[in-house]
Design a protein around this ligand. Sequence first.
Ligand code: FE2
Length: 395
Amino acid sequence: MNNFEWNFTTNLVYGPGRLSELGDLVKPYGKKVFLATYERNEAFAPLIDKTIDILKSNNIDYVIYEAIEPNPRVTTIDEGIKLFKESGCDCIVALGGGSVIDGSKYIAATAFSGGSCWDYVVLGDRKPKEYSGAYPIVAIPTVSAAGSEVNAGGVLTNWETKEKSFSRSEYRIPKVAIIDPEVLATLPLSITKDSAIDIFSHLIERYLSSPDLSEFADRLTEGMILTLRDTLDQLIINPKDIEARGTLALCSIFGWQGIQALGRMGTIPMHSIEMPLSGHYDIAHGRGMAIVIPPYLEYFAENLPGRWAKLARRIFDVKEEDDLAAAKLLAPKVIEWFERVGMYYKLSDMNVTDEKFERMAEDVMRMFGNPEEDKIASIIPTSVNDMINIYKLAL
Ligand SMILES: [Fe+2]
């Protein structure tokens, strides 16, 4: 097991109906709330209105920013930062999925520290600007996916340069996350399925990241993958199943928060390979991961067969004793599962051709690669060619 440090600083407030406690939960953190959320549509409007009513009935002053889109854009977030400062807000309530929460993190920290949100993301060998602090955030997730409501990460898309990148900052970890399964049950099934695959991608990204031993991490991860699979089956039958919504939320939160990876904190660049799909084609992140995971698992099965084989045997009932043979069965087993839950997608299903594969792979290398080696550092160093081959397998 590798050395580690781990803490969990967010106050996790769980339970059906607990959105109603927002007033008391936000009051300690500010006097004027910046309520950041998606653009209003028919399905989402009642939840926005309900949140506003709770703020009003608690006499909390607020400004509303109904503008954050999936794959939040630099221009939208910079606009939000301007409004936050002009209106004299001092805390944020983020009502939405990972995009809204990530965008809110950039607003909270950049409004405090100055500049544009894009100054702070990882971008090749450029040294990202460092925050000097952040305004406090109360997160109300409406999607269970990356657990952004309890972590330091955040992803942004620069639509002008077609780049998608990220950063992490402890300043931006939400103070409170209200996990209300009744709120989560408002999410349409198709987005729920996308986000379930995103949760799976997070779980395997660390599990497959090195041959280092950490049986504790392995068993936690395996338990969460099995739980995720069962829960997704329940939600396909009944998307309003409150108990299943709560379980999915816990899989998303603890599937990417670090506890599932104690002793093996490495990563493989599956997420980096997916990023151009959002940057160039605006494909939803979870759908993009569903496209990238099977070819990635197929392409690299021979590089770390021990880990691939362990996952195949423990989760997908593979009986094969030879590691390499078992490793090669992982991708087909995952495809079988994706097909069963209606989540097996190819790039061609999204009308993506091979036209930009080279540019996409070069973008990833420029942003995340090690310029000296021309590879993305990982237990399996990944070249531009490897990425192009994975995109081709995804066609
Ligand atoms: Fe993800």
